[in-house]
Design a protein around this ligand. Structure first.
Ligand code: HEC
Length: 452
């Protein structure tokens, strides 16, 4: 991970939750108390649509070609015709689709309870009054400057991660996450995940492939990768979530979050219910990267305080620390056999450590700038680094200089991941693109986000 010490200018273009992408007209609500009953019904109905339906039926993701974000579009309906017939709930497809016996049952994997269905029915029978403002997910009003929102058009890829089967690549493109289909050529993305309002700083897949976690400012969202539904949210983290990883058993998630000027905090969350199991101050300053030993017992963390620290995952206790670099430590990677750990620094150095003895096994000099990310896919001596000049470098656990320098991406690289067999490497660049390298060092593919 790259340090993002630069202040991102407050945003003009935000892109909050999906529904907020649409500019809602201001609504003039009658203050007449006689209206309040029908208002309640309309409000409850809007909240049901907002919470149960809109995430699949909006301008971006209109399943069944149905957009339920606006009344006119609900009236127009989807590929089967109108979804809403005011005054006639039983003839409205919105209601029909909620019936347990419906052919295309909605929401697809859930059953609304009788009361919820009755509320929507009464609301349609009463004329289906639409209150657009109630469809908006209200977020806490935070100082926008502190949010580090992205200036319009700037959508760097700060984080990416390959699914364990190497078929999907999840990447932050600015404040949305795009899940690229990399198993097949020229296919549209598998999903676009929104809900973060500022840059995605970290993404991680669980080892069983079932979950994807995405981290932005103060917030982590957990997604079910089978249907790309949101299954949980961690909010109110101390600051931007700079790094994440799942434990090898897929049961827990490790987050590193950082408020500027404060200690970087590491926390361990149970995936079931996202309950916090442990948290501790890990570094004096930002935690730029985390990596779990292949046996799942130890967490290594990289700090702005130039240290690499090792922690017991069972208790959150420090096992040892290394004064690793002369500048902030930006990147870490365990060798898959767990015997060695590589660390990359803002001091342009790559170091290899013995994870038992803390002994420095090798120092690699010759990187032109930050060693922003490291991939060590195989149990071999070779590892690959990504850096400021857009190039990948093949390094070796025992050579003093990088070996081959591969083709350069057109911009500096922030993040890197390799397929399990190490044959393909994906790097995320500041220009919003993802580059894929083969083992001959050629860029074989470039992935750009689809136009929003
Ligand atoms: C997880 C995504 C998801 C959610 C949540 C969801 N839908 Fe759907 N919806 C779909 C998909 C996919 C289709 C297309 C199904 C098909 O063509 O068989 C669809 C189709 C429909 C249709 C038929 C459109 C047409 O004309 O063919 C209606 C009506 C509908 N949904 C209503 C709702 C309502 C009401 C809710 C909330 C209570 C809801 N949906 C929630 C995914 C979703």
């Amino acid at each position: 991970m790259m340090p993002l010490e630069c202040r991102l200018t407050p945003a003009i273009q935000t892109g909050l939750a999906l529904v907020m992408l649409t500019a809602w007209p201001a609504v003039n609500r009658a203050e007449d108390p006689a209206d309040s009953k029908s208002d309640d019904l309309a409000i409850s109905s809007m909240h049901l649509l907002r919470d149960q339906c809109i995430r699949c039926h909006n301008a971006k993701k209109n399943k069944g070609e149905l957009n339920l974000a606006r009344r006119a579009l609900a009236l127009k309906g989807g590929k089967e015709g109108p979804a809403l017939i005011p005054g006639k709930s039983s003839e409205s497809r919105i209601i029909q689709s909620l019936n347990p016996d419906s052919d295309s049952h909605m929401p697809p994997k859930k059953q609304l309870d009788d009361e919820q269905v009755a509320t929507l029915g009464r609301w349609i029978d009463a004329g289906a009054e639409w209150l657009p403002a109630e469809l908006v997910i209200k977020t806490k009003s935070l100082d926008p400057d502190k949010l580090g929102q992205l200036p319009g058009g700037y959508r760097p890829v700060l984080a990416l991660a390959l699914s364990p089967d190497d078929k999907q690549l999840a990447a932050g493109h600015g404040n949305s996450v795009i899940v690229h289909n990399i198993a097949e050529k020229d296919k549209p993305p598998l999903a676009k995940l929104t809900g973060h309002r500022d840059a995605i700083q970290s993404v991680a897949w669980s080892a069983d492939g079932k979950h994807l976690a995405t981290g932005g400012y103060r917030k982590v969202l957990l997604w079910n990768s089978a249907e790309w539904s949101l299954v949980g949210e961690i909010s109110d983290l101390p600051g931007r979530v700079s790094a994440m990883t799942f434990t090898p058993d897929s049961a827990s998630l490790v987050t590193a979050s950082n408020a500027s000027g404060q200690a970087g905090e590491v926390a361990l969350w149970a995936i079931a219910g996202l309950a916090k199991r442990l948290s501790w101050s890990a570094h004096n300053g930002t935690v730029f990267d985390v990596s779990i030993s292949p046996d799942g017992t130890t967490l290594a963390t990289a700090g702005a305080d130039k240290l690499v620290r090792f922690w017991s995952l069972a208790k959150g206790e420090q096992l040892m620390q290394i004064e690793a670099h002369s500048s902030p430590v930006l990147s870490l990677a365990y060798k898959p056999d767990g015997a060695l750990l590589a660390s990359g620094g803002a001091d342009k150095e790559l170091k290899i450590w013995d994870t038992k003895t803390r002994e420095q096994k090798n120092l690699v000099t010759g990187h032109p700038g930050n060693v922003a990310a490291i991939a060590w896919p195989e149990k071999k001596a070779e590892l690959i680094t990504a850096g400021d000049d857009g190039a990948l470098r093949v390094c070796n656990e025992s050579s003093k200089r990088p070996g081959k320098t591969w083709a350069k991406a057109a911009d500096l690289l922030h993040c890197l991941d390799a397929t399990t067999d190490g044959k393909l490497l994906y790097g995320g660049a500041d220009n919003g693109r993802i580059y894929a390298w083969d083992r001959n060092g050629n860029i074989t593919r470039t992935l750009a986000p689809t136009k929003p």
